[in-house]
Design a protein around this ligand. Structure first.
Ligand code: C2E
Ligand code: MG
Ligand code: MG
Ligand code: MG
Length: 286
């Protein structure tokens, strides 16, 4: 299936116009090859309570170790995959790998785990995400509540039939929906009222200069207030410093991800981290 996906690419290009056509075609064929030969990896970054660093979940992030270019950043290859239609197969692989990993960790004895998976807005238009999610949950013996899908506001612009129906089907199943990079899109906020959103992620561009730029602080504060007013979880991305953690808490944000707490880790490192965390929790409860 992955092999057939996006075979005839390069029909039109929207993003990443800064890359030459040649470069993108090369990247595209190398990416397809990496997917088809099982050379992509999934890493995981913990999501924590800002107040006491309790682990609340983790985000799966796609990694492409390239034989000569090193690690190609997702911000570079995801737009290429979206342009050539490979994104559906790519995000399908990520969903399957994340669910399998969760099942394996549960089998090892780790409990109460949940994972957030990024899904391109395009996939909701082109593919049956809801059916695939249901199949993967079932196949791996997972509860729907263990899975969160992260989508950007771009999806909310498209309130036409298919994406909307899929979001409602996922909600009915019990899968959580999170709005990624919240505050950076151009969509009206009214979708928050109409669509089954349970979490917003404050974009890291607002967090970075939180303690030096009054404008960023004002924007972060506004975004957090919107989330609180609508009873959504608000997750800050890119928390790198203790000062940022404290400011976010003061502004009313309870949850965060970032290098301050943990970088994205490969499955073995994440497993060790989870065991350590579970030990700490058990000790706290005892
Ligand atoms: P995102 O979903 O907003 O993910 C957060 C990004 O912030 C990740 O970049 C993560 O590594 C990075 N990050 C985490 N903590 C910190 C921090 O403290 N400081 C800074 N400066 N950065 C931090 P990454 O992994 O390079 O991914 C970039 C974007 O690529 C993601 O943004 C997401 O939009 C996309 N992406 C990643 N994996 C997938 C995937 O499986 N499917 C799709 N469709 N998109 C993906
Ligand atoms: Mg994300
Ligand atoms: Mg984000
Ligand atoms: Mg981002």
């Amino acid at each position: 299936e992955a092999k057939q996906a996006g075979r005839n690419c390069s029909r039109y290009f929207l993003a990443s116009m800064n890359q030459s056509l040649d470069e993108r075609l090369t990247l595209e064929s190398e990416l397809r090859q990496a997917l088809n030969t099982g050379r992509l990896e999934l890493h995981f970054q913990p999501k924590l309570a800002l107040a006491d660093r309790r682990m609340l979940g983790m985000e799966a992030l796609l990694r492409w170790p390239h034989p000569t270019r090193g690690w190609v950043p997702p911000d570079r290859f995801i737009p290429v995959a979206e342009e050539c239609g490979l994104i559906n197969a790519l995000d399908a692989w990520v969903l399957e790998a994340a669910c399998r990993q969760l099942r394996d960790w549960q089998a090892e004895g780790l409990q109460g785990l949940n994972v957030s998976v990024n899904v391109s807005a395009l996939r909701f238009v082109q593919d049956d995400v809801a059916a695939h999610v249901q199949q993967q949950l079932q196949r791996n013996g997972l509860q729907a509540s263990q899975l969160t899908l992260e989508v950007t506001e771009r999806l909310m612009l498209d309130e036409s039939g298919r994406p909307r129906e899929q979001l409602q089907a996922l909600d009915a199943m019990g899968v959580r929906l999170s709005v990624d990079d919240f505050g950076t899109g151009y969509s009206s906020l009214s979708y928050l009222k109409r669509l089954p959103v349970s979490e917003v992620k404050l974009d890291k561009s607002f967090v970075h200069d939180l303690d030096t730029d009054p404008d960023d602080r004002a924007l972060a504060s506004a975004v957090i207030s919107i989330g609180q007013a609508l009873d959504l979880s608000v997750v800050a991305e890119g928390v790198e410093t203790e000062a940022q953690r404290e400011t976010l808490l003061r502004l009313g944000c309870q949850i965060g991800q970032g290098w301050l707490f943990g970088r994205p880790m490969d499955p073995a490192a994440m497993s060790a981290w989870l065991w350590q965390q579970q030990g700490a929790t058990t000790a706290r409860q005892a």
